[in-house]
Ligand binder design. Structure first.
Ligand SMILES: Cc1cc2nc3c(=O)[nH]c(=O)nc-3n(C[C@H](O)[C@H](O)[C@H](O)COP(=O)(O)O)c2cc1C
Length: 375
Protein backbone atom coordinates (compact mmCIF):
# COMPACT_ATOMS: atom_id res chain seq x y z
CA UNK A 1 0.00 0.00 0.00
CA UNK A 2 2.72 2.42 1.09
CA UNK A 3 4.70 1.42 -1.98
CA UNK A 4 1.81 1.69 -4.46
CA UNK A 5 0.37 4.92 -3.04
CA UNK A 6 3.43 6.90 -1.95
CA UNK A 7 6.91 5.51 -2.56
CA UNK A 8 6.45 4.34 -6.14
CA UNK A 9 4.69 7.51 -7.43
CA UNK A 10 7.46 9.60 -5.87
CA UNK A 11 10.24 7.43 -7.28
CA UNK A 12 8.57 7.39 -10.70
CA UNK A 13 8.93 11.19 -10.75
CA UNK A 14 12.67 10.65 -11.10
CA UNK A 15 14.31 9.39 -14.30
CA UNK A 16 14.33 5.58 -14.05
CA UNK A 17 18.06 5.07 -13.58
CA UNK A 18 18.32 7.83 -10.95
CA UNK A 19 15.38 6.29 -9.08
CA UNK A 20 17.21 2.95 -9.05
CA UNK A 21 20.36 4.31 -7.43
CA UNK A 22 18.44 6.64 -5.11
CA UNK A 23 16.16 3.91 -3.75
CA UNK A 24 19.01 1.46 -3.26
CA UNK A 25 21.04 4.18 -1.52
CA UNK A 26 18.14 4.76 0.86
CA UNK A 27 17.68 1.05 1.39
CA UNK A 28 21.36 0.56 2.19
CA UNK A 29 21.21 3.46 4.65
CA UNK A 30 18.30 1.80 6.46
CA UNK A 31 20.44 -1.29 6.79
CA UNK A 32 23.37 0.68 8.09
CA UNK A 33 21.05 1.77 10.94
CA UNK A 34 20.80 -1.89 11.90
CA UNK A 35 17.25 -2.47 10.70
CA UNK A 36 18.21 -5.21 8.25
CA UNK A 37 17.29 -8.07 10.52
CA UNK A 38 13.75 -6.67 10.86
CA UNK A 39 13.33 -6.84 7.08
CA UNK A 40 14.66 -10.38 7.08
CA UNK A 41 12.34 -11.44 9.87
CA UNK A 42 9.31 -9.94 8.14
CA UNK A 43 10.02 -11.24 4.65
CA UNK A 44 11.45 -14.69 5.28
CA UNK A 45 9.18 -17.39 3.88
CA UNK A 46 8.18 -19.63 6.75
CA UNK A 47 6.26 -22.38 4.97
CA UNK A 48 8.51 -25.47 4.84
CA UNK A 49 6.96 -26.60 1.51
CA UNK A 50 8.64 -23.63 -0.19
CA UNK A 51 12.14 -24.99 0.45
CA UNK A 52 13.52 -26.63 -2.63
CA UNK A 53 16.72 -28.25 -3.84
CA UNK A 54 17.66 -27.41 -7.40
CA UNK A 55 20.94 -28.32 -9.15
CA UNK A 56 22.26 -29.52 -5.82
CA UNK A 57 21.63 -26.25 -3.99
CA UNK A 58 19.15 -25.73 -1.13
CA UNK A 59 16.89 -22.72 -1.73
CA UNK A 60 14.75 -21.36 1.10
CA UNK A 61 11.99 -20.62 -1.41
CA UNK A 62 11.66 -20.68 -5.21
CA UNK A 63 11.77 -16.90 -5.81
CA UNK A 64 14.92 -15.04 -6.83
CA UNK A 65 15.99 -11.62 -8.07
CA UNK A 66 16.84 -11.71 -11.78
CA UNK A 67 20.12 -10.40 -13.16
CA UNK A 68 20.54 -6.74 -14.00
CA UNK A 69 19.25 -5.21 -10.78
CA UNK A 70 22.52 -5.56 -8.87
CA UNK A 71 24.92 -5.54 -11.78
CA UNK A 72 27.97 -4.74 -9.71
CA UNK A 73 27.43 -6.72 -6.49
CA UNK A 74 26.72 -3.59 -4.44
CA UNK A 75 23.48 -4.56 -2.71
CA UNK A 76 22.99 -8.31 -2.77
CA UNK A 77 23.14 -8.86 1.04
CA UNK A 78 20.42 -6.26 1.57
CA UNK A 79 18.28 -7.49 -1.33
CA UNK A 80 18.25 -11.02 0.05
CA UNK A 81 16.54 -9.70 3.17
CA UNK A 82 13.46 -8.86 1.08
CA UNK A 83 12.68 -12.56 0.88
CA UNK A 84 14.54 -13.60 -2.28
CA UNK A 85 16.10 -17.04 -1.85
CA UNK A 86 18.73 -16.06 -4.37
CA UNK A 87 20.08 -12.91 -5.92
CA UNK A 88 21.72 -13.08 -9.32
CA UNK A 89 24.32 -10.35 -9.69
CA UNK A 90 25.63 -9.11 -13.04
CA UNK A 91 25.85 -9.29 -15.95
CA UNK A 92 29.56 -8.97 -15.28
CA UNK A 93 32.00 -8.78 -18.17
CA UNK A 94 35.74 -9.49 -18.47
CA UNK A 95 36.56 -5.78 -18.68
CA UNK A 96 34.93 -2.78 -17.02
CA UNK A 97 32.63 -0.83 -19.35
CA UNK A 98 30.29 2.16 -19.06
CA UNK A 99 27.37 0.68 -21.01
CA UNK A 100 25.29 2.63 -23.50
CA UNK A 101 24.74 6.41 -23.30
CA UNK A 102 21.89 7.59 -21.06
CA UNK A 103 18.91 7.66 -21.08
CA UNK A 104 18.84 3.88 -21.43
CA UNK A 105 16.14 2.78 -18.99
CA UNK A 106 12.45 3.58 -19.57
CA UNK A 107 9.20 2.78 -17.77
CA UNK A 108 5.99 1.91 -19.59
CA UNK A 109 3.47 2.17 -16.71
CA UNK A 110 0.44 1.51 -18.92
CA UNK A 111 1.95 -1.90 -19.67
CA UNK A 112 3.65 -2.51 -16.30
CA UNK A 113 6.81 -2.87 -18.33
CA UNK A 114 10.34 -1.56 -18.75
CA UNK A 115 12.51 -1.07 -21.81
CA UNK A 116 16.25 -1.06 -21.20
CA UNK A 117 19.35 -0.80 -23.31
CA UNK A 118 21.81 -0.59 -20.44
CA UNK A 119 24.52 -2.48 -22.36
CA UNK A 120 26.15 -4.33 -19.45
CA UNK A 121 27.40 -1.27 -17.55
CA UNK A 122 29.61 -2.80 -14.85
CA UNK A 123 33.00 -2.46 -13.24
CA UNK A 124 34.38 -5.70 -14.70
CA UNK A 125 35.02 -9.10 -13.17
CA UNK A 126 38.29 -8.11 -11.52
CA UNK A 127 36.75 -5.24 -9.54
CA UNK A 128 33.61 -7.25 -8.74
CA UNK A 129 35.74 -10.13 -7.43
CA UNK A 130 37.53 -7.68 -5.13
CA UNK A 131 34.19 -6.32 -3.92
CA UNK A 132 32.87 -9.80 -3.27
CA UNK A 133 35.98 -10.70 -1.30
CA UNK A 134 35.04 -8.08 1.29
CA UNK A 135 31.24 -8.35 1.12
CA UNK A 136 29.89 -11.26 3.14
CA UNK A 137 26.41 -12.64 2.59
CA UNK A 138 23.93 -11.51 5.21
CA UNK A 139 22.97 -15.11 5.94
CA UNK A 140 24.53 -18.44 5.07
CA UNK A 141 21.28 -19.62 3.44
CA UNK A 142 21.36 -16.78 0.88
CA UNK A 143 22.30 -18.03 -2.56
CA UNK A 144 24.46 -15.89 -4.83
CA UNK A 145 24.23 -16.40 -8.57
CA UNK A 146 26.81 -14.73 -10.80
CA UNK A 147 25.77 -13.86 -14.32
CA UNK A 148 28.60 -13.37 -16.82
CA UNK A 149 28.60 -11.90 -20.31
CA UNK A 150 30.84 -10.61 -23.08
CA UNK A 151 32.70 -7.29 -22.98
CA UNK A 152 31.39 -5.08 -25.79
CA UNK A 153 34.79 -4.33 -27.38
CA UNK A 154 35.78 -8.00 -27.46
CA UNK A 155 34.93 -9.46 -30.90
CA UNK A 156 32.30 -12.21 -30.85
CA UNK A 157 34.94 -14.69 -32.16
CA UNK A 158 36.95 -14.11 -28.96
CA UNK A 159 33.97 -14.18 -26.62
CA UNK A 160 34.84 -17.52 -25.00
CA UNK A 161 38.09 -16.17 -23.57
CA UNK A 162 36.26 -13.18 -22.07
CA UNK A 163 33.76 -15.47 -20.30
CA UNK A 164 36.55 -17.78 -19.10
CA UNK A 165 38.45 -14.89 -17.51
CA UNK A 166 35.38 -13.76 -15.54
CA UNK A 167 34.49 -17.31 -14.56
CA UNK A 168 37.92 -17.91 -13.07
CA UNK A 169 38.04 -14.60 -11.21
CA UNK A 170 34.58 -15.07 -9.72
CA UNK A 171 34.63 -18.83 -9.18
CA UNK A 172 35.09 -18.90 -5.42
CA UNK A 173 32.26 -16.44 -4.76
CA UNK A 174 29.52 -18.06 -6.86
CA UNK A 175 26.95 -20.56 -5.68
CA UNK A 176 26.02 -20.90 -9.35
CA UNK A 177 26.94 -19.23 -12.63
CA UNK A 178 24.70 -18.00 -15.40
CA UNK A 179 26.09 -17.69 -18.90
CA UNK A 180 24.27 -14.83 -20.55
CA UNK A 181 24.10 -15.11 -24.34
CA UNK A 182 20.72 -13.48 -24.67
CA UNK A 183 20.86 -9.76 -23.91
CA UNK A 184 19.69 -7.72 -26.91
CA UNK A 185 21.93 -4.78 -25.96
CA UNK A 186 25.39 -6.10 -26.79
CA UNK A 187 25.93 -6.32 -30.56
CA UNK A 188 26.42 -9.91 -31.74
CA UNK A 189 25.90 -11.46 -28.29
CA UNK A 190 22.82 -13.43 -29.22
CA UNK A 191 24.64 -15.16 -32.10
CA UNK A 192 26.32 -17.12 -29.30
CA UNK A 193 22.98 -18.93 -28.98
CA UNK A 194 23.80 -20.67 -32.29
CA UNK A 195 25.06 -24.22 -32.25
CA UNK A 196 28.83 -24.06 -32.86
CA UNK A 197 29.72 -21.02 -30.76
CA UNK A 198 27.43 -22.19 -27.95
CA UNK A 199 28.98 -25.66 -27.77
CA UNK A 200 32.48 -24.17 -27.76
CA UNK A 201 31.60 -21.66 -25.03
CA UNK A 202 29.84 -24.13 -22.76
CA UNK A 203 32.35 -26.96 -23.20
CA UNK A 204 35.27 -24.70 -22.31
CA UNK A 205 33.47 -23.28 -19.28
CA UNK A 206 32.62 -26.79 -18.08
CA UNK A 207 36.26 -27.87 -18.48
CA UNK A 208 37.50 -24.82 -16.54
CA UNK A 209 34.84 -25.44 -13.88
CA UNK A 210 36.21 -28.96 -13.32
CA UNK A 211 39.81 -27.73 -13.18
CA UNK A 212 38.98 -24.95 -10.70
CA UNK A 213 36.98 -27.32 -8.52
CA UNK A 214 40.05 -29.58 -8.26
CA UNK A 215 42.32 -26.61 -7.49
CA UNK A 216 39.99 -25.34 -4.78
CA UNK A 217 39.06 -28.80 -3.50
CA UNK A 218 35.36 -28.08 -3.89
CA UNK A 219 32.51 -29.24 -6.12
CA UNK A 220 32.12 -27.70 -9.56
CA UNK A 221 29.65 -24.81 -9.60
CA UNK A 222 26.30 -25.32 -11.33
CA UNK A 223 26.35 -23.57 -14.71
CA UNK A 224 23.09 -22.26 -16.23
CA UNK A 225 22.43 -20.86 -19.67
CA UNK A 226 20.16 -17.82 -20.02
CA UNK A 227 18.23 -17.65 -23.25
CA UNK A 228 16.12 -15.07 -25.08
CA UNK A 229 12.34 -15.25 -25.56
CA UNK A 230 12.89 -14.41 -29.22
CA UNK A 231 14.65 -17.64 -30.21
CA UNK A 232 13.15 -19.43 -33.20
CA UNK A 233 11.71 -22.94 -32.85
CA UNK A 234 14.82 -24.23 -34.60
CA UNK A 235 17.17 -22.39 -32.25
CA UNK A 236 15.23 -23.64 -29.24
CA UNK A 237 15.44 -27.26 -30.45
CA UNK A 238 19.18 -26.80 -31.02
CA UNK A 239 19.62 -25.30 -27.56
CA UNK A 240 17.77 -28.23 -25.97
CA UNK A 241 20.02 -30.71 -27.79
CA UNK A 242 23.10 -28.81 -26.68
CA UNK A 243 21.95 -28.62 -23.05
CA UNK A 244 21.70 -32.40 -23.12
CA UNK A 245 24.89 -32.89 -25.09
CA UNK A 246 27.07 -30.90 -22.70
CA UNK A 247 24.95 -31.95 -19.70
CA UNK A 248 24.44 -28.42 -18.42
CA UNK A 249 23.06 -27.88 -14.91
CA UNK A 250 20.17 -25.61 -15.82
CA UNK A 251 18.58 -23.11 -18.15
CA UNK A 252 17.10 -19.68 -17.44
CA UNK A 253 14.21 -18.63 -19.65
CA UNK A 254 13.93 -15.80 -20.48
CA UNK A 255 15.79 -12.56 -20.96
CA UNK A 256 14.02 -9.42 -22.29
CA UNK A 257 12.35 -9.36 -25.72
CA UNK A 258 12.94 -7.15 -28.73
CA UNK A 259 9.23 -7.60 -29.65
CA UNK A 260 6.88 -4.62 -29.19
CA UNK A 261 3.56 -6.12 -30.31
CA UNK A 262 0.35 -5.62 -28.32
CA UNK A 263 1.47 -2.79 -26.04
CA UNK A 264 -0.95 -0.28 -24.45
CA UNK A 265 1.68 2.47 -24.60
CA UNK A 266 1.22 4.50 -27.80
CA UNK A 267 3.27 3.52 -30.82
CA UNK A 268 4.67 7.04 -30.87
CA UNK A 269 5.96 6.76 -27.30
CA UNK A 270 7.33 3.27 -27.92
CA UNK A 271 9.15 4.47 -31.04
CA UNK A 272 10.52 7.47 -29.17
CA UNK A 273 12.13 5.14 -26.63
CA UNK A 274 13.94 3.23 -29.39
CA UNK A 275 15.89 0.00 -29.15
CA UNK A 276 16.19 -2.17 -26.08
CA UNK A 277 14.82 -5.20 -24.29
CA UNK A 278 11.22 -5.16 -23.09
CA UNK A 279 10.42 -6.76 -19.74
CA UNK A 280 7.47 -7.06 -17.38
CA UNK A 281 3.81 -7.93 -17.98
CA UNK A 282 3.99 -8.06 -21.81
CA UNK A 283 6.49 -10.90 -21.44
CA UNK A 284 4.48 -13.10 -19.05
CA UNK A 285 2.88 -15.39 -21.62
CA UNK A 286 5.86 -15.63 -23.96
CA UNK A 287 8.35 -16.56 -21.21
CA UNK A 288 5.91 -19.09 -19.77
CA UNK A 289 5.53 -20.65 -23.23
CA UNK A 290 9.29 -21.00 -23.60
CA UNK A 291 9.50 -22.58 -20.15
CA UNK A 292 6.70 -24.99 -21.09
CA UNK A 293 8.43 -26.01 -24.31
CA UNK A 294 11.71 -26.53 -22.48
CA UNK A 295 9.98 -28.61 -19.84
CA UNK A 296 8.23 -30.80 -22.42
CA UNK A 297 11.59 -31.63 -23.97
CA UNK A 298 13.81 -31.76 -20.92
CA UNK A 299 11.30 -33.72 -18.82
CA UNK A 300 12.80 -32.65 -15.55
CA UNK A 301 16.32 -33.86 -16.47
CA UNK A 302 17.69 -30.31 -16.53
CA UNK A 303 16.23 -27.73 -14.13
CA UNK A 304 14.56 -24.61 -15.50
CA UNK A 305 14.50 -21.13 -13.97
CA UNK A 306 11.44 -19.24 -15.22
CA UNK A 307 11.76 -15.46 -15.57
CA UNK A 308 9.84 -12.88 -17.53
CA UNK A 309 6.69 -11.06 -16.51
CA UNK A 310 6.37 -12.55 -13.05
CA UNK A 311 4.42 -9.60 -11.61
CA UNK A 312 2.45 -11.38 -8.88
CA UNK A 313 1.86 -14.71 -7.19
CA UNK A 314 -0.34 -16.18 -9.91
CA UNK A 315 2.35 -15.56 -12.56
CA UNK A 316 4.94 -17.34 -10.42
CA UNK A 317 2.54 -20.21 -9.79
CA UNK A 318 1.81 -20.59 -13.51
CA UNK A 319 5.54 -20.49 -14.25
CA UNK A 320 6.06 -23.38 -11.82
CA UNK A 321 3.12 -25.30 -13.33
CA UNK A 322 4.69 -24.76 -16.74
CA UNK A 323 7.90 -26.40 -15.60
CA UNK A 324 10.03 -23.87 -13.71
CA UNK A 325 11.90 -25.24 -10.67
CA UNK A 326 12.69 -21.68 -9.61
CA UNK A 327 11.31 -18.30 -10.68
CA UNK A 328 12.97 -14.91 -10.86
CA UNK A 329 11.69 -11.39 -11.32
CA UNK A 330 13.00 -7.92 -11.93
CA UNK A 331 10.25 -5.71 -13.39
CA UNK A 332 7.58 -7.13 -11.06
CA UNK A 333 9.76 -6.01 -8.16
CA UNK A 334 9.96 -2.44 -9.55
CA UNK A 335 6.18 -2.19 -9.94
CA UNK A 336 5.24 -4.21 -6.85
CA UNK A 337 7.85 -2.90 -4.40
CA UNK A 338 9.63 -4.48 -1.46
CA UNK A 339 6.65 -6.56 -0.28
CA UNK A 340 6.35 -8.39 -3.62
CA UNK A 341 8.51 -11.40 -2.83
CA UNK A 342 6.74 -12.08 0.43
CA UNK A 343 3.36 -11.90 -1.31
CA UNK A 344 4.49 -14.20 -4.10
CA UNK A 345 5.88 -16.77 -1.68
CA UNK A 346 2.70 -16.71 0.38
CA UNK A 347 0.63 -17.18 -2.76
CA UNK A 348 2.73 -20.16 -3.91
CA UNK A 349 2.43 -21.73 -0.44
CA UNK A 350 -1.35 -21.26 -0.57
CA UNK A 351 -1.61 -22.82 -4.02
CA UNK A 352 0.56 -25.76 -2.99
CA UNK A 353 -1.79 -26.46 -0.13
CA UNK A 354 -4.96 -25.98 -2.19
CA UNK A 355 -3.71 -28.45 -4.77
CA UNK A 356 -2.44 -31.04 -2.36
CA UNK A 357 1.26 -30.60 -3.04
CA UNK A 358 3.68 -30.81 -0.15
CA UNK A 359 6.61 -29.24 -1.95
CA UNK A 360 7.29 -26.89 -4.83
CA UNK A 361 9.16 -29.70 -6.59
CA UNK A 362 5.93 -31.74 -6.75
CA UNK A 363 4.12 -28.89 -8.49
CA UNK A 364 6.79 -28.28 -11.15
CA UNK A 365 5.32 -28.99 -14.59
CA UNK A 366 1.92 -29.98 -13.17
CA UNK A 367 0.22 -27.82 -15.79
CA UNK A 368 1.83 -29.70 -18.69
CA UNK A 369 -0.48 -32.64 -18.83
CA UNK A 370 1.04 -34.42 -15.84
CA UNK A 371 -0.68 -35.20 -12.56
CA UNK A 372 -1.98 -32.51 -10.28
CA UNK A 373 -3.57 -29.09 -10.48
CA UNK A 374 -6.11 -28.62 -13.20
CA UNK A 375 -6.80 -25.01 -12.26
C1 LIG B 1 16.97 -2.70 -16.37
C2 LIG B 1 17.21 -4.14 -16.65
C3 LIG B 1 18.51 -4.60 -16.77
C4 LIG B 1 18.76 -5.93 -17.03
N1 LIG B 1 20.05 -6.37 -17.09
C5 LIG B 1 20.29 -7.70 -17.28
C6 LIG B 1 21.61 -8.19 -17.27
O1 LIG B 1 22.57 -7.47 -17.08
N2 LIG B 1 21.79 -9.51 -17.48
C7 LIG B 1 20.74 -10.38 -17.68
O2 LIG B 1 20.97 -11.59 -17.83
N3 LIG B 1 19.48 -9.93 -17.66
C8 LIG B 1 19.24 -8.62 -17.47
N4 LIG B 1 17.95 -8.17 -17.45
C9 LIG B 1 16.85 -9.12 -17.75
C10 LIG B 1 16.21 -9.67 -16.49
O3 LIG B 1 17.12 -10.41 -15.73
C11 LIG B 1 15.02 -10.57 -16.86
O4 LIG B 1 15.49 -11.69 -17.56
C12 LIG B 1 14.00 -9.85 -17.72
O5 LIG B 1 13.85 -8.51 -17.34
C13 LIG B 1 12.64 -10.52 -17.66
O6 LIG B 1 12.16 -10.55 -16.34
P1 LIG B 1 11.13 -9.46 -15.73
O7 LIG B 1 9.98 -9.37 -16.69
O8 LIG B 1 10.78 -10.01 -14.39
O9 LIG B 1 11.87 -8.18 -15.66
C14 LIG B 1 17.68 -6.83 -17.19
C15 LIG B 1 16.37 -6.36 -17.07
C16 LIG B 1 16.12 -5.03 -16.81
C17 LIG B 1 14.71 -4.56 -16.68
Amino acid sequence: MLWQRIARPLLFLLPAEKAHYFSMGMFKAIFALGLGSLFRLRNRAKEPGLKTNVFGIDFENPVGLAAGFDKDARWFPQLASLGFSHVEIGTITGEAQPGNPQPRLFRLPADRAIVNRMGFNNSGSDAVARRLSVTPKADSTDILGINIGKTKVVPVEDATQDYLVSFERLFVYADYFTVNVSSPNTPGLRTLQNREPLIELLSKLIKLNGDLALDHECSPKPILLKIAPDVTEEQLSDIILILREVDLDGVIATNTTIERAGLETSEQDVNAIGNGGLSGAPLTIRSREVVGKLYDQLKGDIPIVGVGGVMQGEDAWQMIRSGADLVQLYTGFIYGGPGTVRQINRYIAKKLKQNGFETVAEAVGSGRGGAGDAK
